[in-house]
Design a protein around this ligand. Structure first.
Ligand SMILES: [Zn+2]
Length: 320
């Protein structure tokens, strides 16, 4: 039986796993990323995490055919070079070549959001879909588009950055330098900013009490308060869903994917988010055909999506 290694390099942890041909994890391990450490030290821990995952799986090394890595930032899958990673401080780091030498396996490197999208299509919320857009609503808005089981990378490998689609021209500043990107509004960061503004304007809102109890404002604060009948929180949720719906309707109009899956911290709101989002998106899509053609769902694999997707990309790259 053939197995594939999957590695997901996150901001907090390096996760490695051994995955079978159906996308099931048979052994996994993780180590802290320690992104402020020198790149060769971080690389050493990637190899170490892989070794521990293989040991945990009990799979013989001879049965492992290839390895895949999901890495944040700009990656060139063909060469395995990480051209730019802000968090790790990597510039033109030949991750694929080094890992291939260390493991004596072919290695495929993909953008982490793209790998996670492939994972959801192979084994999660969009399993079997002919096309799917996976949006990760976390610190930023990650996105990956998979068509006929393959990641859409564009001609220079940097496609599918739908988080940086402008939805408000001249709007809020985005981390990318543009104004009014979807990410500035629909990320957890954007939602928390909106929540803080409403809390300051409505000091008696339940949002303030909830944040006080927990000692922090989260992406869930407005959703929980709105569900308990707080009017200011309901307006925050409504505005947030409006912004996200604008972006999703643009995606449906442009690509008409069979499935749009929402993941990340805000994606965990499930039907509290999906119910109102579906109503707004389906009211906005061109020709009113969204409800018949696109399913809006929550991601189901969580952190495992990136790891599974990286392994599946390795399997595809090996021609298996
Ligand atoms: Zn942007």
């Amino acid at each position: 039986m053939a197995f594939y290694l999957g590695v997901d390099i996150g901001g907090t942890n390096i996760k490695a796993g051994v995955v079978d041909g159906s996308g099931a994890i048979v052994g996994e391990a993780d180590l802290p990323t320690g992104a402020d450490r020198p790149q060769e030290v971080v690389f050493g821990d990637i190899v170490e995490a892989v070794g521990r995952a293989v040991a945990a799986s009990g799979v013989a090394r001879a049965e492992i055919r290839a390895a895949g890595v999901g890495c944040p930032g700009t990656v060139v899958p063909e060469s395995g070079v990480v051209a730019y990673n802000n968090n790790l401080g990597w510039r033109n780091f030949p991750l694929g070549k080094l890992l291939s030498e260390a493991l004596s396996l072919p290695v495929r490197v993909e953008n982490d959001a793209n790998a996670a999208a492939l994972g959801e299509v192979c084994a999660g919320s969009a399993k079997g879909a002919s096309s799917a857009m996976i949006l990760t609503l976390g610190t930023g808005v990650g996105s990956g588009f998979v068509v006929d089981g393959r990641i859409w990378t564009g001609w220079n490998s940097a496609a599918s950055e739908f988080g940086h689609m402008v939805i408000v021209r001249g709007g809020r500043p985005c981390t990318c330098g543009r104004l009014g990107c979807l990410e500035a509004y629909a990320s957890a960061t954007g939602l928390i900013a909106l929540t803080r503004e409403a809390m300051a304007a409505h000091p008696k809102s339940l949002m303030n009490a909830l944040a006080g109890e927990e000692g922090r404002v989260g992406g869930h604060t407005s959703f929980v308060a709105a569900e308990r009948g707080d009017a200011a929180a309901a307006r925050v949720v409504d505005e947030y869903v409006d912004c996200l719906a604008c972006g999703v309707a643009n995606i449906v109009n442009g690509l008409q994917p069979e499935v749009v899956s929402l993941g990340g911290g805000v994606g965990k709101q499930g039907e509290r988010l999906l119910g109102p989002l579906r109503r707004k998106v389906f009211a906005e899509v061109y020709g009113g055909c969204g409800e018949r053609s696109t399913r809006l769902v929550s991601c189901t694999l969580g952190y495992k999506a990136g790891l599974i997707g990286a392994a599946m990309a390795a399997m595809q790259n090996a021609g298996d």
